[in-house]
Design a protein around this ligand. Structure first.
Ligand code: PGA
Length: 249
């Protein structure tokens, strides 16, 4: 089965670091040749997308954006349109990341508009969902996840399924903290997500990912959670050697 490894570089990388990553990536022939059924993608800052895409498109590394505007062309200062992502041959885009939901106040409706527009443009969405620690402690995890998915599930009912769609479960308390949910809780969440997916006619086009403090030290255990087809990796994806260890695990 295909496994997916998406790096989320957030705003960690300088141009110098991006160039170093490209150099390390391209010079590691054994890594490149060993990829087979492993799919590696990097979600970079907008300003690095064109450069990365040009440099890595021939190296089986897919380049994605970390967000997009729900608007197409027009008077939307500071927004990045999906059309401009298409022009750069960007193949995937993260939406609904908890940092975007929290710091930019993005609503369920806004995220659903982005989701719909990405699918129409042929760019695979990686929709992030996840509960806060407080919500978890109050026993609301599955309800929160359902609320975050409800509009999207409606959209998926009318979708042909030609494009791969990713749903990344990222518990907010696990992002950047080194804390992982326990195995039982993860199994329960992925069981729930798998069941939701099975109710859709295009279930095969939807892959479930886990994100939140994934590293080379814990990825092996996470791989064994039923339903997990890959990972969204933040800090540990910045350094090529660490990302490589995760992909090869
Ligand atoms: P982290 O971030 O791996 O640094 O916890 C994951 C994410 O925010 O997607």
């Amino acid at each position: 089965m295909q496994k997916y490894f998406f790096g989320n570089w957030k705003t960690y990388q300088s141009l110098y670091m991006v160039k170093k990553f490209i150099k390390d990536f391209q010079s590691d022939q054994s890594f490149l040749q060993g990829l087979h059924n492993r799919f590696v993608g990097i979600a970079a800052s907008y300003e690095h997308l064109y450069f990365l895409q040009k440099k890595l498109e021939k190296n089986s590394c897919f380049i994605g954006a970390q967000d997009c505007s729900q608007f197409s062309q027009g008077p939307y200062t500071g927004q990045v349109s999906i059309q401009s992502l298409q022009e750069m041959n960007i193949t995937f885009c993260i939406i609904g990341h908890s940092e975007a939901r929290t710091y930019l106040g993005q609503s369920y409706e806004q995220i659903a508009l982005k989701f719909r527009a990405l699918i129409a443009a042929g760019i695979s969405p990686i929709l992030c969902i996840g509960e806060t620690l407080r919500e978890k402690e109050e026993g609301k995890t599955l309800q929160v996840l359902f609320d975050q998915l409800e509009i999207i599930l409606g959209l998926l009912h009318g979708y042909s399924g030609d494009l791969k769609v990713f749903i990344a479960y990222e518990p907010v308390y696990a992002i950047g903290t080194g804390i992982l949910p326990n195995k039982k809780d993860l199994q329960e969440v992925f069981y729930f997500l798998k069941n939701l997916r099975e109710q859709l006619s295009i279930a095969k086009s939807i892959a479930l990912l886990y994100g939140g403090s994934v590293s080379s030290l814990n990825v092996f255990d996470l791989q064994n959670i039923d339903g997990v087809s890959g990972f969204l990796i933040g800090k540990s994806s910045i350094d090529f050697q660490e990302l490589k260890k995760i992909v090869e695990s």
